[in-house]
Write a protein that binds this ligand. Structure first.
Ligand code: UDX
Length: 455
């Protein structure tokens, strides 16, 4: 290096001397000398002097070596280097119980075994923050993102999320888990430079049987809590997305349509929601979240995506979250009667969680803001659902009718034409195919629960 420096200063000196010499020989204020064809041999001579050719050749060699070797360099780079070690501290924190959800991405070259495409042109690996990353939907999203090679930072308050949902990623340097409630701001920008994407998932906890003391304490203020999560959580994450220039995906809900007067529901339908009812903490919370998301998009230029998620089921649902599929499945396995609320003729459309996750990723990567309905159009009454659960688990299961909750939507079914056309997405797994996959997960966890090991 020193030698190179010396060589450079020698070069400078000789160039200075050369310029000084030419200055002496050029009369002051002489007009610009027009280049003459006879100067061509002098240019060639200049090129070969003072090792200029050598420098050019070395430059070409360095450039060539970089583009040839780059793929193998990227193999050892991001995978084996923990670029955000400070965050991993939180993955040692112990579990409690309950969650909120989301994620986000970054921008590192994705390893390709072959090819000589310059780094800038190659596909980039993303770093994705998933709020509620240890929850039901969030953890499946984490699985998918990790499997395709992204870096994932999960944020969860463990109200309903469980470390068990993501424990298989612990030790993977591409996954980190932070215990945090998104109701409070989180200042991650020092670690997240370059993040491209965000998504927020929601958690809804019904005031049905809640199994732990912690949740009883929390449930006292459930409505306020839900609203705060949806409004303040969304606001905080939008603020973070704005500060670091990330793309933000809001996971809204079919509940924004309320008790719909249009059926099936298209994204253009504005909904029919009781603003002061018992469900409005959730419905209006999500509607406000959509408003905030669009305001940040229009007013602050944040790149956003909005998904309206319809009823979703699958492995890792909370055993006792009060939702109908998890209730029926848990009840049938425990040999308890299936509790049908009201006359059981109200309808819902149930999508399997992997279909939803595929839709979320398609939305995040697509060019369209949305909102997009993500749901399975297969529509069932609650009595029909109970029959499918009976067929799948226990044909002798009994049904017990209970009074329904206030403002319960009478029907719900997504129109997914828009998602089909613009995201090239549609669900693949029917209720009869998906339910058995959930049942085996529930059986395992309930067995372990009975043995005192809550997973
Ligand atoms: O044990 C039960 C539970 C629920 N139900 C009924 O089943 C229907 C569906 O209830 P769920 O609680 O599963 O779901 P909901 O449709 O009320 O809310 C759902 O909507 C969209 C998502 O965003 C929400 O997260 C999800 O909870 C309701 O009509 C309810 O009254 C029963 O008949 N028995």
């Amino acid at each position: 290096m020193k030698q190179l420096h010396k060589q450079t200063s020698v070069n400078h000196r000789s160039r200075d001397e050369e310029m000084a010499g030419s200055h002496h020989s050029t009369p002051p204020c002489s007009p610009k000398v027009t280049k003459h064809p006879r100067s061509l041999p002098r240019s060639i001579h200049y090129f070969f002097r003072e090792q200029r050719l050598l420098f050019v050749l070395v430059g070409i060699l360095i450039g060539y070596t970089f583009f040839i070797l780059q793929p193998s360099l990227s193999r050892i780079g991001p995978h084996e280097t923990n670029t955000h070690a400070p965050l991993s501290i939180t993955s040692d924190l112990s579990d409690s119980s309950s969650s909120s959800n989301l994620f986000s991405v970054v921008d590192q070259p994705r390893y390709r075994p072959v090819g000589r495409v310059p780094a800038q042109i190659r596909n980039r690996r993303k770093r994705i923050v998933v709020t509620g990353g240890a929850g039901f939907v969030g953890s499946h999203l984490v699985d998918k993102l990790i499997a395709r090679g992204d870096d994932v930072i999960g944020i969860d308050n463990f109200f309903t999320g469980r470390r068990g949902n993501v424990v298989h990623h612990f030790g993977n340097p591409r996954f980190e888990l932070i215990r945090h409630d998104v109701v409070d701001p989180i200042l991650l920008e020092n670690f997240l430079a370059g993040i491209l994407s965000f998504s927020i998932l929601d958690t809804l906890f019904k005031d049905d049987p809640i199994p732990t003391l912690g949740l009883y304490l929390w449930i006292e203020n459930l409505d306020i809590r839900l609203y705060k999560t949806n409004v303040m959580g969304t606001l905080n994450m939008l603020g973070l997305a704005k500060r670091i220039g990330a793309r933000f995906l809001l996971t809204s809900t079919s509940e924004v349509y309320g008790d719909p007067l249009e059926h099936p529901q298209k994204e253009t339908y504005w909904g029919h929601v009781n603003p002061i009812g018992v469900r409005s903490c959730y419905d209006e919370g999500k509607r406000t979240a959509e408003t905030l998301t669009m305001d940040y998009h229009r007013g602050a230029g944040v790149e956003v995506r909005i998904a309206r998620i319809f009823n979703t089921y699958g492995p890792r649902m909370c055993l006792d979250d009060g939702r109908v599929v998890s209730n029926f499945v848990a009840q049938a396995i425990r040999k308890q009667p299936l509790t049908v609320y009201g006359d059981g003729l109200q309808t819902r459309s149930f999508q399997y969680v992997s279909d939803l996750v595929d839709g979320l990723v398609a939305l995040m990567e697509g060019e369209h803001v949305g909102p997009f309905n993500l749901g399975n159009p297969g529509e069932f009454t609650m009595l029909e659902l109970a029959e499918v659960v009976k067929e799948t688990i226990d044909p002798s299961a009994r049904i017990e009718f209970k009074s329904n909750t206030e403002d319960d939507p009478h029907k719900r079914k997504p129109d997914i034409t828009k998602a089909k056309e613009l995201l090239n997405w549609e669900p693949k797994i029917s209720l009869r195919e998906g339910l058995p996959r959930m049942v085996s997960d529930f059986r395992n966890r309930m067995l372990n629960e009975d043995e005192g090991k809550v997973l």
